[in-house]
Design a protein around this ligand. Structure first.
Ligand SMILES: [Mn+2]
Length: 350
């Protein structure tokens, strides 16, 4: 048992308690939350899912308020990173995560795989804990989607291979792309993606079954595909070892675009920015196949700089940020991109 503290936390929750599941809106967060919901229900515990909005994280005052309004007896935070603060005290909190911690919140049960090799995704941690508590055989496909979602394959975890075989890799991958479409679409409707995990009984059903919730997901997928098709028409521009991809879309596509180009431009770090996602802000993703920390790169470039915004969350190979146009301009100028190009991009907001 790799996560005994999480198991003990869940088992200590008395029957009839109310638990808020605060989770990230991607396939990993949602599938981790769903398997926890199932397990807690089996234990006679009521759960309420809470989803932060676009670019929000678990420790923002607005999110804290949203959780407080639900008046939970316990709180489980899934796949949302961690900071040195715990705004939820005195409510007992379990944090399940695999991101590089920005700090460890005091007085919480902190369950992180960050130092493991391989690093289990949040949904996989949830699964490994839940299967020690109740029978989750029929639900094993759910956390699988989180692993595919975050890592693209289950290669690092050979013990998952029989489950993939049972449900079909192609169906799993299609299901992930449907789930993630909900948060990529302009509506940021992750609630629908979470509901979809309860409507379907397998990845195949999620992809093929006729149901209003699943139809909504498919519409989001079509919307996102259109946004990507448009974004791929804009080629990269280069400064030194950095390639810049300029996106302008209400959909969350900058991470996809950065990954796509990073897989082609192997010698470069790829920064994909989006000036249409959050009004008045520039969001960006940084990806690279190079053996170096992109978080360290950002910290170095923006050293001694009064930055308006936030950056450097996530993983060494996959990070990003949300900056004011002015701070984004500073970032790009310091990387070496021409002033004029940066200004043109900032003025091109759709
Ligand atoms: Mn994750």
């Amino acid at each position: 048992m790799r996560f005994p503290e999480a198991k003990a936390f869940l088992e200590s929750i008395p029957k009839g308690s109310r638990v808020v599941l605060l989770m990230d809106g991607d396939a990993d967060g949602l599938s981790g939350g769903k398997i926890l919901e199932y397990t807690l229900r089996e234990l006679g515990v009521t759960t309420q899912p809470v989803f932060p909005g676009k670019t929000e994280y678990a420790y923002l005052p607005r999110v804290v308020e949203q959780v407080r309004a639900a008046a939970p007896d316990y709180l489980v935070i899934v796949d949302m990173g961690s900071t040195p603060e715990n705004p939820y005290a005195p409510t007992p909190v379990l944090v399940i995560d695999h991101h590089r911690p920005l700090g460890i919140p005091p007085d919480v049960v902190f369950c992180s795989s960050y130092k493991h090799r391989p690093v289990e995704t949040s949904s996989l941690i949830c699964y490994l804990v839940c299967e020690e508590i109740v029978v989750v055989e029929e639900q094993a496909w759910i956390p699988l989607l989180g692993v595919f979602g975050d890592l693209g394959s289950i290669e690092a975890f050979p013990y998952l291979a029989p489950i993939v075989k049972r449900y079909g890799k192609t169906h799993c991958k299609r299901a992930v792309s449907l789930l993630n479409a909900a948060r990529r679409a302009a509506a940021y409707d992750v609630k629908t993606a979470y509901e979809a995990l309860g409507v379907a009984n397998s990845p195949k059903e999620l992809v093929t079954k006729e149901h209003a919730v699943l139809a909504r997901l498919r519409a989001y997928k079509a919307e996102v595909k259109e946004a990507i098709d448009e974004a791929v028409r804009v080629g990269p521009i280069f400064s030194g070892e950095t390639a810049w991809i300029r996106c302008s879309s209400p959909c969350l596509i900058q991470g996809l675009m950065a990954s796509r180009w990073a897989n082609r431009l192997l010698r470069y770090r790829v920064l994909a920015s989006n000036n249409g996602y959050i009004p008045g802000k520039i969001v960006f993703s940084l990806r690279s196949q190079r053996d170096e920390s992109q978080i360290a790169f950002l910290n170095e470039v923006l050293r001694d700089c009064a930055v308006e915004g936030a950056y450097g969350f996530g993983h060494d190979a996959a990070t990003g940020g949300k900056l004011s146009p002015r701070s984004f301009a500073t970032l790009m100028q310091r990387i070496g991109f021409e002033d004029k190009l940066v200004r043109e991009y900032l003025e091109s907001v759709a």
